[in-house]
Design a protein around this ligand. Structure first.
Ligand SMILES: C[S@@+](CC[C@H](N)C(=O)[O-])C[C@H]1O[C@@H](n2cnc3c(N)ncnc32)[C@H](O)[C@@H]1O
Length: 255
């Protein structure tokens, strides 16, 4: 297991769980989650692996929708939080590395969800190979990223204007993109809802969109759908996210 990455998530586990606050951030709730929900479809009675489950809110959500959920995360501290907030019979959690799921047999799952995780790991190819192995033929993988072309945790950033007194958010003048083809690790601090820095920086691995698509194809998947979800409400807070996609979401089928 990559101890360095696990340590980042362990150190930040509590502040991360506070940020997620049981249902996700506004970006998750109003942009990403409705799209993921739609791509996963009816989960009732299906075996779902939540790969890189974090503090577990999506594991709980899909268990409540009738899926039989296993949540795996490399952070012991986040799995402890999952276990505290979920009744044991609802979801089975374990500490593990999604790049080597040796504790899961072949073809065990109908669905794999990997929400906002692959941009945080170095072993993209290995994780997709493992998802392919643990899915039954015809099984579905849904994974999401911060959009690699407009990645605020990578080479891009907004040129900011004044703070809007209504939304309390700074206006975006335009988005600056450079070094898109340089695939490399960026270290970035996240901030709490109050704007305080997390204790430790996270690793983000910037990759091009073609790298993700080609990795999928080479690990036995066919691409079913690619989405750049827009905000579902007309909330003025999301002016920037209505101009440029914040997330990119893949649905692929194991062939
Ligand atoms: C941005 S969080 C997303 C958590 C959750 N999927 C969600 O949507 O809230 C990324 C998660 O991936 C986990 N992670 C990173 N690398 C991993 C790996 N190689 N194996 C398992 N989990 C990993 C981290 O511990 C963290 O919980």
């Amino acid at each position: 297991m990559d101890e360095r990455i696990a340590e980042q998530w362990d150190t930040n586990a509590e502040v991360f769980a506070n940020l997620i606050d049981g249902t996700g951030t506004p970006h998750h709730r109003e942009i990403l989650n409705p799209c993921v929900d739609c791509l996963l479809g009816d989960v009732n009675g299906k075996k779902l692996l939540d790969a890189g489950c974090g503090e577990g809110y999506l594991s709980r959500y899909y268990a409540h929708k009738g899926a039989v959920v296993t949540g795996v995360d490399m952070s012991r501290k986040l799995i402890d939080i999952c276990m505290k907030t979920t009744a044991q019979e609802e979801v089975s959690y374990r500490v593990g590395n999604i790049c080597n799921l040796h504790f899961i047999s072949d073809s065990e799952f109908d669905l794999v969800l990997c929400n906002l995780v692959l941009l945080n790991i170095a072993c993209l190819q290995e994780s997709l190979s493992e998802f392919s192995r643990v899915l039954r033929p015809g099984g579905i993988l849904v994974f999401s990223l911060v959009h690699p072309a407009f990645n605020v945790y990578g080479p891009g950033s907004w040129e900011m204007g004044e703070k809007d007194p209504k939304t309390r958010r700074r206006a975006g003048k335009y988005f600056k993109v450079d070094r898109y083809f340089d695939e490399k690790e960026y270290l970035r601090y996240w901030r709490s809802r109050k704007g305080e820095k997390f204790p430790k920086q996270f690793s983000f691995y910037h990759r091009t969109i073609s790298t993700y698509v080609n990795a999928l194809v080479s690990t036995g998947f066919s691409l079913v759908s690619l989405k750049e979800p827009r905000p579902v409400s007309d909330n003025a807070f999301f002016d920037r996210e209505r101009r440029i996609p914040f997330f990119l979401v893949f649905k692929a089928e194991k062939t």
